[in-house]
Design a binder for this molecule. Structure first.
Ligand SMILES: [Zn+2]
Length: 135
């Protein structure tokens, strides 16, 4: 239950931020997910519907945005967006590349409802699970 553990980590961070901002409810959670993070957005969405019960995010919308993999070539230095299954430099074909993105799982922003019923979009940028880079 990989997705459940991630949802619980996400929800505990979301609740912490909500409490710091004296919110009574979380209305929207925006996540950025790279395909190399090992997280499947559809599964995460499904798990979230269960995991959110009893939290401040019980009625929150979970929005996910997929981030394409990006690499920097160690040979020619070019930075490129590449397919998930082909992390080569498209410029010179070198496979000595450094992963710049695509493995992220980031809480990008939250919408909170405070007691006066105003909605406050809040930029929150933090990784809520450790990034796993194996390049
Ligand atoms: Zn290159």
């Amino acid at each position: 239950m990989h997705e459940l553990a991630i949802c619980q980590a996400l929800l505990s961070q979301v609740e912490e931020i909500a409490q710091q901002n004296r919110a009574v409810r979380v209305t929207r959670i925006d996540l950025k997910i790279g395909p190399l993070s090992g997280v499947v957005p559809v599964l995460l969405q499904r798990t979230f519907l269960v995991a959110r019960h009893g939290t401040l995010a019980e009625e929150a919308v979970l929005a996910t945005e997929e981030m394409p993999p990006r690499v920097r070539c160690q040979g020619c230095g070019m930075e490129s967006v590449v397919p998930t299954n082909k992390l080569l430099c498209p410029n010179c074909g070198d496979y000595h590349t450094t992963l710049l993105g695509g493995d992220e799982l980031i809480l990008a922003s939250l919408e909170l409802q405070t007691e006066d019923s105003s909605y406050e979009p809040l930029p929150a940028s933090a990784d809520f699970v450790e990034e796993h880079r194996d390049v």
